[in-house]
Design a protein around this ligand. Structure first.
Ligand code: CS2
Length: 490
C-alpha cells in the first residue's frame, strides 16, 4: 500500500484537496532534509489548500545525500506525511506539493540540472545547514575541499554553492532569466551570506557570469523556526500508527509551532505565503538574531551541558528545575539585552513560550543531535552576544558556561569517561588541541586560536578568556549537574 491508496480509505488522514494536476515546477528546494519537509513545505501546503487553482509546484533536490529517499517519494506519488505532535496536539498532514525530484545519483548531472532549466522556475530555496555554505569568517572558504573541487569541476559540483552557480550558468547559456535564491538556514543574514558565497564562487569562475548573477538573482533573508528532531525508530513507529499501519519513509514528526519571517525581495514573483501566516518584513535581521540567540543559543547551551549531565533529550533537561531556570535566565538576562527587535515583539513572552516548547515530551529532541556542528553554531548563538556584553559591561556568566560546556564536550569524553559523539567539520583540529589535555589551559588556548570560530578581537580580550576558563574550571570540579545548581542563584 502507498500513501495514494489512502485516498480511498475512510477514516484515514486527509489527502490534499487541491488539484495536484495543475502544479508545475516553479519552486526548487535544495536539501530535502527533515527541517524543510516539516517547515516551509507545511506553509506551502497551506497556501495550496487556500489557493486550489495555483500552479506553484515544488521540485525537491539534493546534491550529495538522500538519493534513496527520492525513490521512495516517487513510489508514493510524491506524497509524504508530517505529524505535528505535542503533549496536547497530534495532527497528521499529507503534503502534496511535490511534482518532481532531482538528484545526481538518479540520472546524472544533466538530469539533476534539468528542472533548473524549466523557464518558470522562480525560486530556489535551500536548507543545507550552516556548514553547507562553506564559509569561514563570513567569506567563502576557498580551501574547503568541496569548493576547491567545484572550482576545478564546475559542471559536476559537490557543494550547494557550486550547484547554484552551475544552475545559473546553464540558465544564462540557455537564454533564460535568473531566479530568487531563498536561504532557509539558521544563519544571521542568511540571504546575504548566501549571496556572498555564490558571488565569490562565480567571481572565481567567470566574471561575466558573476555580473549576470548580480543582475538577475536576488537573495532575500529569512528567519525560520520549527523544532524538527531527526527521525528515530520511535517516531517512525508513531507515524506508521497514525497512517493506519502504513510506513512512510519520508514522514517526519515536528512540534505544532512554526514561524517564518521573510524579506520581500523576489525577482520573479512568489506564492502569497503571507496568507497562511508567514510574515514579510523589510528587515529580517532583528528576527533572526532574536531566534538564533534566544532559541538556538539556549538549545546549544542545553545540548552540551545537558548531555554532560546525562540528559538524552531537551525535554529531560527541562524536567530538571535547575536546567530550566538557568536556560530561562540565559535567554532573559543575557540574550535579550543584546537584541533590538520591533516594538510589538514581546521578548519575555517569547522566552516563556520557548520553555514550553522545549518541554514538549513527545519530540524527544536529542541533546547529541543539537550538539553537532558546534563550531558552525557557536559564533551566532553565543559569541556575538558575549562580544556585545564585553562592550556594554553586561553579565554573560551563563554564556561563558555555554562555551565552557562546548569545550568540555569537545574534549571527546564525558564526565564518566565515555566518548562524546562528536560530529563537526572542525573535529580534527579540535581533537588535536584536545591531545594537550590534561593541561586544559593549553587545550582551551589552542581552540581559541581557531579564527574560523573565535574572532581574534574576542580572544584578545582577557575578560573573555578568563571568564570562559573560570566556568570550565567549575565544570571540571563540580560536574554539569552540580554546577548548574550553583548557577541558579548567580
Ligand atoms: C537546533 C535547531 O539542531 C539545532 O541546532 O537548535 O535545529 C532548532 O531546533 C531549530 O532552529 C528550531 O527552529
Amino acid at each position: 500500500m502507498t500513501i495514494s491508496d489512502l485516498m480511498n480509505a475512510p477514516g484515514k488522514p486527509q489527502l490534499p484537496t487541491y488539484d495536484r494536476s495543475k502544479l508545475r515546477p516553479r519552486l526548487i528546494h535544495l536539501g530535502f532534509g527533515a527541517f524543510a519537509r516539516a517547515h516551509w513545505m507545511s506553509y506551502h501546503q497551506d497556501f495550496l489548500l487556500q489557493t486550489p487553482d495555483s500552479d506553484w509546484g515544488v521540485v525537491v533536490s539534493d546534491i550529495l545525500f538522500g538519493a534513496d529517499r527520492f525513490g521512495q517519494l516517487e513510489e508514493n506519488d510524491h506524497l509524504y506525511s508530517v505529524l505535528e505532535h505535542s503533549d496536547t496536539i497530534s495532527n497528521v498532514r499529507i503534503i502534496g506539493s511535490i511534482v518532481k525530484t532531482a538528484h545526481p545519483e538518479r540520472g546524472g548531472m544533466d538530469a539533476f540540472f534539468a528542472p533548473f532549466l524549466e523557464p518558470d522556475i522562480a525560486i530556489v530555496s535551500m536548507t543545507v545547514t550552516e556548514k553547507g555554505y562553506c564559509l569561514t569568517g563570513g567569506a567563502l572558504d576557498l580551501a574547503n575541499p568541496a569548493i576547491a573541487h567545484d572550482l576545478d569541476n564546475p559542471t559536476a559540483p559537490k557543494s550547494a554553492i557550486g550547484a547554484l552557480v552551475e544552475a545559473l550558468a546553464r540558465r544564462k547559456a540557455a537564454g533564460l532569466d535568473g531566479f530568487t535564491i531563498l536561504s532557509l538556514d539558521n544563519l544571521p543574514a542568511n540571504g546575504k551570506l548566501c549571496q556572498q558565497a555564490v558571488l565569490s564562487f562565480a567571481d572565481k569562475r567567470d566574471a561575466v557570469l558573476a555580473a549576470w548573477i548580480r543582475k538577475h538573482v536576488t537573495f532575500p533573508c529569512s528567519m525560520v523556526d520549527r523544532i524538527v528532531p531527526a527521525l528515530t525508530d520511535e517516531s517512525r513507529a508513531l507515524i506508521t500508527e497514525k497512517l493506519g499501519g502504513m510506513q512512510d519513509p519520508n514522514g517526519i514528526v515536528c512540534e505544532p509551532f512554526r514561524q517564518w519571517v521573510i524579506e520581500d525581495a523576489f525577482v520573479k514573483g512568489r506564492p502569497a505565503w503571507e496568507e497562511v501566516g508567514a510574515q514579510f518584513v523589510p528587515d529580517v535581521e532583528p528576527f533572526e538574531e532574536m531566534k538564533l540567540r534566544t532559541l538556538n543559543g539556549a538549545h546549544s547551551f542545553l545540548a552540551y551541558l545537558g548531555y554532560l549531565a546525562g540528559y538524552e533529550t531537551i525535554d529531560a533537561c527541562m524536567e530538571d528545575a535547575n536546567f530550566r531556570s538557568v536556560a530561562h535566565a540565559l535567554m532573559v538576562k543575557e540574550q535579550q539585552p543584546t537584541l533590538d527587535v520591533p516594538g510589538d515583539v514581546d521578548l519575555d513572552a517569547y522566552a516563556a513560550a520557548l520553555i514550553e516548547r522545549f518541554s514538549n515530551s513527545q519530540l524527544k529532541h536529542k541533546t547529541a543531535q543539537i550538539a553537532s556542528d558546534g563550531s558552525q553554531k557557536l559564533p551566532q548563538r553565543m559569541l556575538a552576544s558575549i562580544a556585545w556584553h564585553l562592550e556594554h559591561n553586561g553579565d554573560w556568566t551563563r554564556l561563558a558556561l555555554g562555551v565552557a560546556g562546548w569545550l568540555r564536550f569537545m574534549t571527546g569524553s564525558d564526565e564518566q569517561g565515555n566518548p562524546t559523539p562528536i560530529n563537526d567539520p572542525l573535529a580534527e583540529p579540535i581533537a588535536k588541541a584536545a591531545a594537550l589535555l590534561p593541561d586544559w589551559d593549553a587545550y582551551i588556548d589552542a581552540v581559541f586560536a581557531m579564527e574560523a570560530i573565535f574572532p581574534p578581537a574576542l580572544v584578545a580580550d582577557v575578560r573573555f578568556v578568563g571568564g570562559v576558563k573560570q566556568q570550565y574550571a567549575a565544570l571540571i570540579e563540580l560536574g554539569s549537574k552540580r554546577h548548574m545548581t550553583a548557577m541558579v542563584d548567580c
